[in-house]
Design a protein around this ligand. Sequence first.
Ligand code: ADP
Ligand code: MG
Length: 211
Amino acid sequence: MDAHVIAVINQKGGAGKTTLAMNLAAGLARRGKTVVVDLDPQGSSRHWARMGKEPFPVQVEPLTGDWDREILCVRHPLCRHLVLDCPPSLENPASLQALRVCDVALIPVLPSPVDLWASLKLPQEIEEARKVNPDIKAYLVLNQMEPNSALSAAMQEAVMEFGVPVLNANMRRRAAYRGAALEGTSVYQMGGHGAPAVEELEAIITEVIGL
Ligand SMILES: Nc1ncnc2c1ncn2[C@@H]1O[C@H](COP(=O)(O)OP(=O)(O)O)[C@@H](O)[C@H]1O
Ligand SMILES: [Mg+2]
């Protein structure tokens, strides 16, 4: 059976793509074999996986050259979930290819309209990709949320204009996310310190794929 493919994409650097991709993959790996495909030429998810004292719970593999969904699935047989960590650019053909092959596109974004405006080309590219991949489900994932802070009116307006639904589940700004990156691990491996972040990721997984 084909893997379920989740692309984590945003042309803006620092939005939280790699943070979401790595921690999401760690959560998905508890449900079935999962691989992170590192499409960023900077190799940040591969670097992340090599940093830890313990092996990272998910294999992280680069993918270069020409590829399509079939090649992706043949390379990763028996894989239930593939998480694509995309480069911070839509000029990079790998980003557009990720949209053409994915089941779900998750777009992490900081909760500021300025950050969302920086990604305004993305909805167009999703529409373009739908010509060949009509069933893409795309969602914004708010990242680095502050506790108890409602979205500003300007942000709500920017989200409406963006035209991609926002997940109810989101990620707060947490030391655990930063720590997981620094220590080459995931919040799932961090015990009590990681628990609130794990809850957020579990909510994202439930909302996106219902598992
Ligand atoms: N929810 C969060 N809480 C705290 N730090 C975060 C959070 N999300 C991302 N970061 C930090 O922000 C920086 C950029 O995140 P990263 O995932 O590398 O973004 P991208 O892959 O989109 O460039 C990293 O230092 C990361 O540790
Ligand atoms: Mg990244």
